[in-house]
Design a protein around this ligand. Structure first.
Ligand SMILES: NC(=O)c1ccc[n+]([C@@H]2O[C@H](COP(=O)([O-])OP(=O)(O)OC[C@H]3O[C@@H](n4cnc5c(N)ncnc54)[C@H](O)[C@@H]3O)[C@@H](O)[C@H]2O)c1
Length: 294
């Protein structure tokens, strides 16, 4: 079968960033039989990432979606990398570090120096221009956006965003890869926030403006939106995403739309971040998760 070809030829996936997205993307790749080299510049993040991945496989076994033997085999294919150069032989590298344009550009320059020129490089950015990020990649024909959703091992959708310089051959490699992961792909244009994050801006921003106006409380807004059919309310969802990540995306989309007022950040975003209330990952955001076990 053709889809097996990519697994036979391209076996090793490098992932940069072991935070919420890097760890869940790693889980998805391990489940699809790939070997994963997971790199993060922070020791703490790598340890937390490993523990997230182990927890995800334990739950898969508990839910009888995977045998204990298969879970153990998957975990053996995971390599924890403290140095970027350990990713040198990877066939595909997915960047999932902090939403900071210059940090990403610096990483792509370093990756370009160590990877084979035909290794596919994908960014999981939520909002930055793929055309602009591509400028930091040597041989940008092999670079595109693969925007996974949180958590990546559970959510089905991936937005695929080629730049103007991505070639069809690499779009095909990426399509096959996403197919092996058994995800659904939408081929998106390189517009600020792509499709989902652009639409979702108002979901978050209007909710925060309503709360700031005291038109309704945070928990009331969430409860109303759930009653209206949304799976999570806007504040619950921001707590899952991370308030820092969501704020970085808000700023990026606002800037790319030349500071259009409809995309302007809400004051409460900065207030919560300044207080270290980042959502589930910090134990508290709009809600308190300090009593929840991992
Ligand atoms: N959180 C979400 O819901 C979500 C969804 C889709 C896409 N994204 C995107 O995925 C990316 C990662 O988001 P996240 O939520 O996982 O963030 P996170 O804060 O959970 O993790 C980011 C990780 O990057 C690491 N890092 C920072 N700079 C680095 C560098 N130079 N080299 C190596 N590692 C570095 C940090 O140590 C941290 O572990 C961002 O671009 C974000 O916009 C996030």
């Amino acid at each position: 079968m053709y889809l097996n070809t990519i697994q036979n030829v391209m076996k090793t996936i490098g992932i940069c960033g072991a935070g919420a997205m890097g760890s869940s993307i790693a889980t998805a790749c391990l489940q699809a039989d790939f070997s994963v080299f997971l790199y993060d510049s922070s020791d703490r993040a790598r340890i937390q990432g490993q523990s997230f991945i182990r927890g995800a496989f334990t739950r898969l076994v508990e839910k009888k979606k995977l045998s204990q033997t298969a879970a153990e085999a998957a975990l053996k294919r995971l390599r924890n990398c403290a140095a970027l150069k350990e990713l040198a032989d990877c066939d595909i590298v997915i960047e999932a570090i902090i939403e900071d344009k210059s940090a990403k550009a610096e990483l792509f320059e370093k990756l370009s120096a160590i990877l084979r020129p035909d290794a596919l490089i994908a960014s999981n950015t939520s909002s930055f221009s793929i055309n602009e990020l591509a400028q930091s990649v040597v041989n940008p024909a092999r670079f595109l956006g693969l925007h996974f959703f949180n958590p990546a091992h559970i959510m089905q959708l991936i937005e695929m965003i080629p730049s103007r310089r991505t070639t069809q051959a690499f779009i095909e490699v990426a399509t096959e890869f996403v197919g092996v992961l058994e995800k659904l792909t939408f081929l998106a244009q390189d517009t600020p926030g792509f499709v989902v994050n652009r639409v979702a801006r108002n979901f978050y921003l209007e909710a925060m403006r309503l709360a700031e106006e005291k038109a309704a409380s945070i928990s009331q807004i969430d409860a109303l939106m759930r009653s209206a059919g949304f799976k999570l309310g806007p504040f619950e969802l921001m707590d899952v995403i991370g308030l820092d990540v969501n704020y970085a995306v808000t700023l990026s989309v606002w800037e790319q739309f030349f500071h259009e007022p409809r995309f302007a950040p809400a004051q409460m975003q900065r207030e919560y971040i300044n207080a270290g209330l980042l959502g589930k990952k910090s134990g508290m955001g709009f809600y308190d998760y300090s009593q929840e076990k991992e």
